[in-house]
Write a protein that binds this ligand. Structure first.
Ligand SMILES: Cc1cc2nc3c(=O)[nH]c(=O)nc-3n(C[C@H](O)[C@H](O)[C@H](O)COP(=O)(O)OP(=O)(O)OC[C@H]3O[C@@H](n4cnc5c(N)ncnc54)[C@H](O)[C@@H]3O)c2cc1C
Length: 479
């Protein structure tokens, strides 16, 4: 057994990392700035917003923590075949229902994290220290390695304390400062991919007297070139639905009930809108803003010391519209498990390469779709234009061909690689269909919006430019 692994941050990614490391390390210490009890906490401000674990993520979770998803379902979490049980309106096109043979897990983040934490802390040697901020890394006296972390208690003026470690795992989420800590101690340069996306969310939990039309378990309506607003809707435990409205490109989703209803009327098909508008809110509206997505390439870092790695949003923070973050964290935890055997000295490098490979498909899917929006017109490359055109064609054909819908949803669920969408047999299906509406109008070109809904006019006064708002230099913030 190796000795001591320290995991920074006890969110979803940190907990999964601890679960994996407990098999190899005598002691695993999780350090989090928040007190951990059941329910919402400050360190995970995204928790009130709609979260689903994609099919691939659920498969990984079942391998990493056997029995946990069954326990969550017994507690009321909802499983859904995204091809059959969700209403999908992507690029302004309503995909045909087409079962994909696998399920997602729809559960509140609080229940997911609470049950996972109980399971992880039950493992021998795993400990959680709360109320401490990690503020930097400690270099080993000899050799290029990290020997631990510096922490401060949250009460003001308390002195820094060092926690020694053989392996440090950064799982501090979207606001991670690992790249800066490495630069400060070792002058490490970490290449990063970054895209400013300026996306905002407003969410509320709702009780729907009649459920959703057709027994649907949720809906995803993505912003399009024509309409900057979208909607994610998920049935979760406790008979509630989480309703999250989304706005891109400097627009703001309204933060009050009437405003959220205006967005719903604008983007949702009539039957769905009716079901949602009949709902009773269960709590207030919560906001969230993401100015940028980023992927830190620790696998390509120059002068990277030994003994330190990153997982989850700390390594790759994606656009949440595509619901990939938890799945990426689970896939990276599985990659860490695969690298536990073998030389501990080369483990961090081997893991970082595997963890970067995990991000390839989700990053390509998310950034490819983001670049199709008009606010990123200047950033498009020839490759991204081709991808956007292909994606648009797939979404249009998926309104009439269930096999195309099925394959597309399997890729979005991270079950199949994006290359499945460029196989000759698949491309042949795309060209076979003729006479579909083109739907290529850019936002603001006088198009009435994806649902052809006059409600869009009601939202025009809410279309504020980012320039008129409070500036936020951080990577994320709960509004
Ligand atoms: C609106 C919204 C909706 C989303 N929907 C989905 C979805 O449907 N599906 C999906 O897969 N993903 C979704 N995501 C993304 C998902 O929330 C993240 O990918 C996920 O939370 C990443 O987990 P993590 O453990 O890496 O980070 P986090 O969950 O953010 O946890 C980080 C932890 O680190 C702690 N911490 C931070 N800094 C320090 C420090 N210096 N010292 C000590 N502790 C620290 C925090 O207290 C926290 O416990 C959504 C995100 C948003 C914003």
């Amino acid at each position: 057994m190796e000795e001591h692994a320290v995991v920074l941050g006890a969110g979803f990614a940190g907990l999964l990392a601890a679960q994996v490391l407990a098999r190899r390390y005598e002691r695993v210490t999780l350090i989090d700035r928040d007190p951990h009890g059941p329910g919402l906490r400050r360190g995970v401000p995204q928790a009130p917003h709609a979260h689903t674990l994609l099919c691939r993520g659920l498969l990984e979770l079942d391998r990493l923590v056997p029995g946990l998803s069954a326990e969550l379902v017994a507690d009321g979490a909802v499983t859904a075949d995204p091809g059959a049980d969700l209403l999908l309106l992507l690029g302004g096109h309503r995909l045909l229902p087409a079962p994909i043979g696998a399920t997602t897990l729809q559960v509140s983040r609080t229940l997911l994290d609470d049950r996972l934490r109980e399971r992880v802390l039950a493992a021998p040697g795993v400990e959680l220290i709360t109320g401490r901020d990690v503020v930097g890394l400690v270099p080993a006296p000899i050799g290029d390695r990290c020997a631990g972390v510096r922490t401060v208690r949250r009460d003001p003026g308390s002195p820094a304390e060092v926690v020694a470690a053989d392996l440090v795992v950064d799982a501090t989420g979207r606001g991670s400062r690992l790249d800066r800590w490495l630069a400060a101690e070792w002058r490490t340069t970490v290449p990063a991919d970054r895209l400013p996306i300026e996306i905002r969310y407003a969410s509320v939990a709702s009780r729907l007297p009649n459920g959703l039309p057709g027994g649907a378990r949720g809906a995803l309506i993505a912003p399009t070139a024509r309409c900057p607003y979208g909607l994610a809707l998920l049935a979760v435990e406790g008979g509630r639905h989480l309703v999250t409205t989304v706005a891109t490109g400097g627009h703001r989703p309204p933060r009050d009930e009437a405003g959220m209803q205006a967005v719903i009327r604008t983007v949702a098909p009539a039957e769905l809108a009716e079901a949602l508008l009949a709902g009773r809110p269960d709590g207030g509206v919560r906001g969230y803003r993401i100015p940028a997505v980023r992927r830190l390439r620790y696998d390509r870092a120059d002068r990277l010391p030994g003994g330190v790695i990153a997982i989850g949003d700390a390594a790759c923070a994606l656009n949440p519209v595509y619901a990939q973050g938890l799945t990426v964290a689970a896939q990276q935890a599985a990659a860490l498990a695969d690298e536990l055997d073998g030389d501990p000295e080369t483990r961090p490098r081997r893991y970082l390469r595997a963890a970067a490979a995990v991000t390839e498909a989700p990053w390509a899917i998310a950034v490819g779709s983001d670049l199709a929006l008009p606010e990123h017109r200047q950033r498009r490359t020839v490759g991204s234009r081709v991808t956007a055109a292909l994606t648009g064609r797939i979404q249009r054909v998926a309104t009439v061909d269930p096999a195309v819908a099925r394959q597309f949803v399997r890729v979005m669920a991270l079950l199949d690689p994006p290359t499945a969408l460029s196989r000759p047999s698949f491309l042949a299906r795309l060209v076979r269909v003729r006479g579909l509406p083109h739907g290529s109008a850019e936002r603001g070109a006088g198009d009435p919006g994806p649902a052809g809904d006059p409600g869009l006019d009601q939202l025009r006064p809410l279309h504020l430019d980012a320039g008129g708002e409070r500036s936020d230099q951080g990577t994320h913030r709960a509004l």
